[in-house]
Design a protein. Structure first.
Length: 549
């Protein structure tokens, strides 16, 4: 017989039944009811880190595909909700299995669809599974509504312009619980006001990004704002002053407002809950109609009318792709090539004239990100022809075995320097170890002397002198031990880099034969395996291999 064993777990954690345990239990069930496993064909399908609320799971979809090709007689799983938690999905699956003459076995609930009673019980159990799921979701929303009424900050990434602080402790069932609120950060709030003011004037995220870069306006982590981070600031209601216009806006958009209209006093800011939903490893933004709105304990900084106008402009601009980065699917060096003047990455940008080179490839250039964002104000390094640069770099890399070529000389020089450097470090390490041994021997002698002085009941002067000397030697020994560890790590690292050079040689040898016929994706992967970065200084290209300083 042919069995498909399916296992799933929503998160990569050590809690609950692991996919390995599920598989083992399923195999034991098959062996117990259908005989020796070696007499059957068994294939295992594992989805770890995927929710059971829908069927879009890679291994599950692959299993279904094989079932349609009549590859299995039975599908076995540990528990019903490992397959699905949705009644409609589950019902259609049972019908699909029956159509393909496949029986479904669930070992925990003891269901077997090869019998009429088993099918009936399966449907009933799936109904309760979905009911439990919907009940949990409802409880979570009720709890969120209760918390929203307090207007307190529930944690997470604190938005720019504020910091989170504890304001009170309340006794709950004899236990103290800390509550938090947002408090203003004056300098950051000035930045937020500038962002809103300029956006209302420029009406463009890319233009706003350029303005902020040109004026050296940065985030709290001293990074340049991106269009994505700016959009998050401009759509966050935490900055909106809770006034009458804001109340009308959220009412019109069917948001769940859990406070009285009088709470929109024109002073406090807005706290919004349920703005996002986690689906697997992704965070999905909820529609504004799903938001839970209340007034916060913090003060708002953007007039309601201005915040609303901002949302209208963003919505109008939504069909346009914000971000401004022009990609080129044929470029090989994006992510490796950096501007040596400012340190920014240089990204491919398709030429506007849509010209093609002699091989029919779309022509493009590499452009410094900071230069683009600042409109050449903060960096004015020349662009570089992308088609030509890709070819030059690849041709040079593949000359690794040509004596006298730059890449060949660099590899030899790199290996020699690592070897000689390692030898010198090894000599230093041996000298340190000799000193450590001498210090330990001296400490042992002093300990014996100290013991004898106490036995003879000599005066405390000798004892104290020896004791101080021991402390000094112990301190020196600790420093030497640290140096020994540092040198050992340096030698180990040097050895790793030497191995890396050998790996580079081997990779070049194996890949060079079919490099020019390989796909763009394979070429990129190969270049990233041997090159750490490439710098463009406006005149020359500098290639840094892994292990090179």
């Amino acid at each position: 017989m042919r069995f498909a064993i399916y296992s799933r777990k929503s998160k990569f954690t050590g809690k609950g039944e692991s996919v390995e345990n599920q598989i083992q239990l399923c195999k034991e069930y098959v062996e117990r009811h259908y005989g020796d496993l070696t007499q059957h064909i068994i294939e295992v399908f594992e989805d770890e880190g995927f929710s059971g609320k829908d069927l879009q799971r890679p291994e599950f979809m692959r299993m279904r595909s094989l079932i349609r090709k009549k590859q299995f007689d039975y599908v076995v799983c540990y528990r019903l909700d490992r397959i699905s938690r949705n009644v409609s999905d589950f019902s259609s699956l049972i019908e699909e299995f029956a159509k393909d003459k496949v029986s479904f076995i669930c070992i925990k609930e003891q269901f077997d669809t090869s019998t009429p009673m088993g099918r009936a019980m399966m449907y009933i159990a799936s109904v309760f599974a979905q009911l439990e799921r919907e009940t949990i979701a409802e409880r979570i929303r009720d709890n969120m509504l209760m918390l929203a009424r307090t207007g307190r900050w529930l944690g997470g990434n604190t938005p720019i312009g504020f910091e989170s602080a504890s304001v009170s402790k309340e006794a709950v069932d004899g236990k103290e619980k800390t509550y938090f609120k947002l408090i203003p950060v004056s300098a950051e709030q000035d930045t937020v006001r500038l962002i809103y003011r300029q956006y209302l004037e420029l009406r463009s995220l890319s233009k706003l990004e350029t303005f902020l870069v040109q004026n050296e306006c940065k985030t709290r982590k001293n990074k340049y704002f991106t269009t994505v981070s700016l959009r998050e600031i401009l759509t966050n209601p935490v900055y909106c002053i809770a006034d009458e216009s804001a109340y009308d806006f959220f009412t019109t958009h069917d948001s769940d407002i859990c406070c009285e209209k009088s709470a929109f006093d024109g002073k406090h800011g807005i706290s919004a809950y349920n703005r996002t939903t986690n689906e697997g490893n992704m965070q999905i933004k909820n529609d504004i109609s799903q938001w839970i709105i209340t007034t916060g304990k913090h003060k708002g900084i953007i007039e309601g009318s201005d915040w609303i106008r901002t949302q209208q402009i963003i919505k109008t601009n939504m069909p346009k792709k914000y971000g401004g980065r022009v990609q080129n699917q044929a470029s090989l060096l994006s992510g490796l090539l950096v501007c040596s003047k400012c340190g920014s990455f240089m990204r491919p940008r398709v030429n506007s004239n849509k010209r093609r080179d002699k091989d029919g490839n779309q022509t493009f250039a590499y452009l410094c990100e900071l230069k683009k964002k600042s409109k050449s104000k903060n960096c004015n390094i020349p662009n570089i022809n992308g088609n030509e640069l890709d070819k030059i770099v690849c041709d040079e890399i593949l000359k690794f075995d040509v004596e006298g070529s730059q890449i060949n000389s660099k590899l030899l020089s790199l290996k020699n320097s690592l070897s000689s450097g390692g030898s010198l470090t090894q000599i230093t390490l041996e000298a340190v170890r000799t000193q450590i041994k001498e210090k330990k021997d001296l400490i042992d002698d002093l300990i014996i002397t100290l013991a004898k002085s106490r036995d003879k009941d000599e005066n405390d002067v000798v004892y104290n002198h020896v004791n101080e000397k021991l402390k000094e030697l112990d301190k020196q020994l600790r420093e030497l031990s640290k140096e020994e560890y540092r040198l050992s790590q340096e030698i180990e690292s040097s050895g790793n880099f030497e191995n890396q050079v050998d790996v580079i040689y081997e990779a070049l040898k194996n890949f060079s034969g079919f490099f020019y016929t390989a796909s763009t994706q394979d070429k990129r992967a190969f270049l990233r395996s041997i090159i750490e970065k490439i710098e463009w200084d406006g005149r020359n290209i500098h290639i840094f291999l892994f292990g090179e300083q």
